[in-house]
Design a protein around this ligand. Structure first.
Ligand SMILES: [Zn+2]
Length: 426
C-alpha cells in the first residue's frame, strides 16, 4: 500500500466561502484555547495535558459552545492533534539540547486550515471523469466544485483544508494498491548542470534537458515583486516607527497577495515540470544512475526561513527531483541508483581513463581536459559519462552498497531486457 497526496483547488460560492472563513476562525480559536489550557493546567498542577486529556475536555466544550458542536468532531480532534505534535516537536528539540521556541498562539492570518481523519466522516470526495476535478463534500458546507487530478486513482483516506494566499485548497491522501508504471529498457545516467537542468548520458550519446523556458522570466518577476513588498514594508515601518504591528495598507496587502499567488503558481508549474521529466526518464530507462546529493543541499528550509523565494524553488529542485525519480522507478520496478559522490567524484574523474586529476578542477572549468589520456569534452558531459560508466559497472556486479544489482537484474521482469540491452553485462 502506498500513500499519495493530491491537491485540489476549491471553488466555494460566496456563502460557502464566508462559512469556510468562520470555520477557520473556530479552529484557530480551538487551537489557541487548547494551548492556553495546557499552559494553565501546567502552571496550576505542574503536569502537562496529554492529547487524550484534551479530547475529553473537547467533549465538554462541545456541550457548552454550540458553534463548536456544529463542527465535525473528528476535525476538531485533528486540530488538537496538531497542537499535540507542536508540543512533541518542542520537547524533542529540548531533549536534543536545542533551544526551540515554545508553541505559539496563532493569528487568523497565519492559521493554515483544518483536517479530517476518515473519508466519509465530515467530508467526501466525488472525483469527476478520469479521477480529475469533481466535487468535495464538506459537513456544514455542502458540495464544493474542485479542480485537480490524482496521478493515480486510489481510495481517499485523509483530507486537509488549506487556506493560502486567499485561496482554498484540499490536500487529500489517497491509498494506492499498486501503481502500474511501465519502464523502459535502456540504460542512462544524468548529472545536474549549472546552465542546463541536466545532462543525460546513454550508450548512444549525450543529451541535455533545459530548464522550462518560462522559469527564468518568472523568477525575475518574483524577485521584482519581492523587492516591491520589502520596500513597502520598510516604508510602513519607518512611517509608523514600529518594526512589528505596523499598519498594513491596502496596496501592501495587495502586493503581498500578488506575490504569494505568483510564487504558488511558479512552484506548481515547476513541480509539474519535475514530475513530467522524472516520468520521462523512468518510461525510457530500465536502469537510471545519478550522483547522490550532499546532505547540506537536501536539508531545505531547515532553520533558515529567510531564503529568497527564487532560491526556494531552485534549491529544492534537485532533492525533489531525485525523490520523484526514485519513487517512480520503484513503482515501475526498474533499477535506480545514486553514486556515492565522495568516492566517485564525477566532476573530477575522467570518464575515459577513470583517473582523477592531480590538480582539483574548479567550478569555473567548463571543459574537461584529462591530463592523463588527453580526452576533452564538456564538464557536465564528462560527469554524466562517469556516472554512466559507474552504473554499467554496478550492473555488471561490481561490489557496492545496498541491494545487489544482480538480484534485481536477473529477476523475471528483467529477463527480456537481457536481449534488448546487450551492452549490459550480466
Ligand atoms: Zn582521461
Amino acid at each position: 500500500m502506498l500513500n499519495r497526496k493530491v491537491t485540489y483547488r476549491l471553488y466555494p460560492n460566496a456563502a460557502q466561502s464566508e462559512q469556510m472563513g468562520e470555520m477557520l476562525g473556530l479552529h484557530q480559536r480551538l487551537y489557541n484555547t487548547a494551548l492556553e489550557e495546557r499552559i494553565r493546567v501546567y502552571k496550576e498542577t505542574g503536569k502537562g495535558l496529554s492529547f487524550a486529556d484534551q479530547c475529553k475536555v473537547l467533549t465538554q466544550w462541545r456541550k457548552a459552545v454550540p458553534a463548536l458542536a456544529g463542527l465535525n468532531a473528528q476535525s476538531e480532534q485533528v486540530t488538537l492533534k496538531r497542537l499535540h505534535l507542536a508540543f512533541q516537536h518542542f520537547f524533542r528539540r529540548v531533549k536534543n539540547g536545542e533551544t526551540p521556541g515554545f508553541p505559539r498562539f496563532k493569528s487568523i492570518h497565519r492559521y493554515p486550515g483544518w483536517g479530517y481523519k476518515t473519508h466519509g466522516d465530515g467530508w467526501k470526495l466525488h472525483p469527476g471523469e478520469n479521477v480529475a476535478h469533481g466535487k468535495l463534500y464538506l459537513q456544514g458546507l455542502g458540495h464544493i466544485p474542485i479542480r485537480g487530478k490524482a496521478r493515480t486513482a486510489g481510495t481517499p483516506v485523509t483530507c486537509e483544508i488549506i487556506h493560502k494566499a486567499g485561496q482554498w485548497y484540499a490536500s487529500v491522501t489517497l491509498e494506492i494498491e499498486t501503481v502500474q508504471r511501465a519502464h523502459g529498457t535502456k540504460i542512462g545516467a544524468f548529472d545536474w548542470g549549472l546552465t542546463e537542468f541536466m545532462t543525460i548520458a546513454t550508450p548512444e550519446g549525450i543529451e541535455t534537458v533545459s530548464n522550462p523556458r518560462h522559469l527564468k522570466t518568472q523568477l525575475a518577476e518574483l524577485k521584482r515583486l519581492g523587492q516591491t513588498v520589502s520596500r513597502k514594508i520598510r516604508m510602513a515601518q519607518s512611517l509608523s516607527g514600529r518594526q512589528r504591528g505596523f499598519p498594513v495598507s491596502a496596496s501592501l496587502r495587495k502586493a503581498i497577495r500578488h506575490l504569494a499567488r505568483l510564487h504558488a503558481k511558479v512552484a506548481r508549474q515547476h513541480k509539474d515540470f519535475l514530475h513530467r521529466t522524472s516520468a520521462g526518464l523512468v518510461k525510457r530507462f530500465g536502469a537510471i544512475g545519478t550522483e547522490s546529493l550532499a546532505v547540506k543541499n537536501m536539508v531545505h528550509g531547515g532553520g533558515t526561513h529567510k531564503k529568497g523565494l527564487n532560491r526556494e524553488i531552485h534549491a529544492a529542485s534537485p532533492a525533489v527531483f531525485l525523490q520523484m525519480t526514485r519513487t517512480k522507478a520503484e513503482e515501475a520496478g526498474s533499477w535506480y541508483e545514486e553514486a556515492p559522490t565522495r568516492e566517485i567524484k564525477p566532476t573530477q574523474r575522467c570518464h575515459a581513463c577513470w583517473k582523477l586529476p592531480d590538480e582539483k578542477k574548479t567550478l569555473s572549468d567548463r571543459q574537461h581536459q584529462c591530463p592523463h589520456c588527453g580526452v576533452t569534452c564538456g564538464r557536465d558531459e564528462n560527469a554524466a559519462l562517469v556516472l554512466l560508466r559507474w552504473l554499467e559497472m554496478r550492473l555488471a556486479g561490481a561490489s557496492g552498497s545496498g541491494r545487489e544489482p544482480s538480484e534485481v537484474w536477473s529477476g523475471g521482469r528483467f529477463a527480456a531486457m537481457k536481449h534488448e540491452t546487450p551492452a549490459i553485462a550480466i
